[in-house]
Design a protein around this ligand. Structure first.
Ligand code: FAD
Ligand code: DLZ
Ligand code: SF4
Length: 531
């Protein structure tokens, strides 16, 4: 009988299932789509003779928001490769595909079905990345009448208990102090006396250069899809074609080896310039010197510690300067761990925060990219193409605009969760509500990241390609960010004027002539009306 590759994989799955029904299962170990790490805690102590790994592709997970198709491809293809790698090592894996007729479509449904079929003595799982999934897990022990062991996720360098301990009794939960403790704890970038390498914890001020005009950023390493990934691409093209984003040109890593190769390419080609140009933006240059590794970290193909150690090695070997390596490590050891701690400390209330009572609908162009504002058009277009925008685009372009127009945080949060390849609520929500929108009222940031067009002009070449004039504040040709900035400040005066970090802009505003202020506010209102 001739069978194609897809049939081979299905037959293999069928045989494994038949085999397993004949063997008693001691521990059923559930691996979620963002737990694709050999050393993940739920796999620790695995006995290949008696344990069974369960992995499930789910309608509920592919559909709880309308994820970018490239994100779905990455997760499902990485899951299928991970399952195959486990099987090659002799681990018994029950893998349920999205299209399987018997698939109930949810974690709870598939775990119940597996418990029913395999009658395990216990269920082992690593704590999930999202609150809503933990809520489901809380019911399992009672509903399924099987002991459920939820293990902590030790891929993160700061446990949830350790973060709660750090936060306890502090008036302000500023990342910088958390980061210093994490540097000491992880022993990264310390000198022989345990002091910060280079005499300072933070070289942020050296991370803000604008790009020289003729600089050409390096080409990036992409991966041709193999038959397993091709099959997932076909599935996703078929089922999720109405989601925002293009599936064509998928080239993300879906195995650990590929992710390691991508990391290596970044370390060699980009890390040396990462620090200098971390905040820069350039038209038609979506990636610049950024890592492009957040999705690999978030699904588990790379671990944060190994990435930070590799960057530190580059510094010690003289391959990358300190401002680059410290800046990069700060993002992972500092920001990434910090937002995760904050998420779990503040959920579930955090998702409902709305400090400014913002309620404007997110403009349609966030989905279509159809806007004359070059900064937004570029950020949204590359998001559609690659499911990627770098931090400053997310924060100071799409995020800042949403803040200035008073967009509803729930809609903004949903947008970020849907459109980025690396989006998982534990990391996306604090970045959106805390950093971009100040919806949490200052838990995360000491002031809103509100800015006029001047910031974008300083950090990019977007304004030079824009229909609007970044130097003008009023009239139809004025950069919308300028007038919107002052409208935001004026609208939120009662909430912000006592913030010591907002004193300067309010003083500048007060010094302007009345007619100028009125013209600016009128320009903002006319723009908002058209929106
Ligand atoms: P690099 O610039 O190369 O940075 C290296 C790594 O540091 C990243 O891969 C990431 O793991 C980590 N990192 C950097 N900044 C942050 C941060 N603020 N918080 C947490 N980790 C960080 N990141 C996500 O992983 N998932 C998200 O859903 C997400 N949503 C965001 C939403 C908003 C509104 C904002 C402002 C930021 C968001 N970020 C998110 C953080 C950051 O923008 C991305 O991690 C980064 O752009 C990923 O690209 P990179 O791998 O090239 O990062
Ligand atoms: C994001 C995602 C998607 C799109 N699909 C699946 C899936 O089919 N099966 C699965 O186990 N996980 C998936 N995930 C990741 C989960 O949403 C993630 O594990 C939870 O949100 C917990 O962080
Ligand atoms: Fe964006 Fe204003 Fe610059 Fe245009 S002029 S690119 S709208 S900041």
């Amino acid at each position: 009988m001739w069978v194609n590759r897809a049939q081979q994989v299905r037959l293999a799955g069928f045989c494994v299932t038949r085999f397993m029904t004949q063997n008693p299962v001691r521990a059923l170990r559930l691996i979620l789509g963002d737990q694709l790490t050999d050393t993940v805690s739920s796999l620790q102590g695995l006995d290949p003779d008696s344990d069974l790994v369960l992995m499930v592709e789910l309608a509920a997970e592919t559909g709880y928001v309308r994820h970018h198709p490239k994100k779905i491809v990455l997760i499902l293809a990485a899951m299928r490769h991970f399952a195959e790698a486990l099987r090659r090592r002799g681990v018994r894996v029950e893998y349920v595909r999205l299209e399987a007729a018997e698939n109930t479509g949810s974690f709870s449904g598939e775990v119940a079905r597996a418990v029913d079929r395999f009658q395990p003595e216990k269920l082992i799982v690593t704590e999930p990345g999202e609150w809503r999934v933990l809520e489901m897990m809380r019911d399992w022990q009672e509903a399924l009448d099987v002991p459920v062991e939820v293990r902590s996720d030790d891929r993160f360098l700061c446990s949830l208990d350790a973060f709660a301990g750090w936060a306890e009794g502090r008036k302000q939960l500023r990342m910088e102090y958390f980061y210093r403790e994490m540097r000491r704890k992880a022993g990264l970038l310390l000198d022989a006396d345990g002091k910060p390498e280079g005499g300072a914890w933070n070289f942020d001020s050296e991370n803000r250069k604008s790009l020289p005009k003729d600089l050409r950023p390096p080409d990036r390493l992409w991966f041709d899809p193999d038959p397993v990934t091709e099959e997932v691409i076909a599935l996703v093209s078929d089922r999720f074609q109405d989601h925002f984003g293009d599936v064509e040109g998928f080239g993300y890593a879906v195995t650990r080896d590929q992710a390691l190769a991508a990391l290596d390419a970044f370390l060699g080609d980009c890390l040396p310039s990462f620090g200098d140009y971390q905040d820069a933006m350039k038209k038609d240059a979506p990636f610049l010197y950024h890592g492009l590794i957040s999705a690999y970290l978030n699904v588990g193909l790379l671990t944060p510690l190994e990435v930070c150690q590799a960057a530190e090695r580059a510094y010690r070997n003289g391959d990358a300067p300190l401002n680059a390596v410290e800046g990069f490590i700060r993002q992972i050891l500092g920001w990434r761990e910090y937002v995760r701690g904050l998420y779990w400390l503040k959920m579930p209330d955090y998702a409902g925060t709305n400090f400014f009572a913002a309620d404007r609908d997110l403009p349609d162009f966030y989905w279509s990219g159809d806007t004359d504002m070059t900064c937004l058009a570029q950020s949204i277009e590359q998001t559609r193409n690659h499911a990627y925008a770098h931090h400053i685009q997310r924060l100071m372009v799409t995020g800042c605009f949403a803040l200035l127009i008073g967009a509803d945080p729930v809609q903004v949060n949903r947008w970020y969760l849907e459109v980025y390849v690396d989006a998982f609520e534990w990391v996306e929500l604090p970045n959106t509500h805390g950093m971009a929108l100040f919806a949490d009222g200052g838990v995360m940031a000491s002031k809103p990241y509100a800015a006029s067009g001047k910031y974008i002009d300083r950090m990019s070449d977007y304004c030079a390609h824009c229909k609007y004039d970044v130097k003008q504040n009023t009239g139809p040709d004025a950069c919308p960010f300028n007038a919107l900035y002052w409208r935001f400040m004026e609208n939120n005066r009662p909430l912000l004027s006592n913030n010591p970090r907002m004193g300067m802009p309010y003083r500048t505003w007060a010094k302007m002539a009345d007619e100028k202020r009125a013209a600016i506010l009128q320009t903002a209102d006319a723009f908002l009306d058209r929106l």
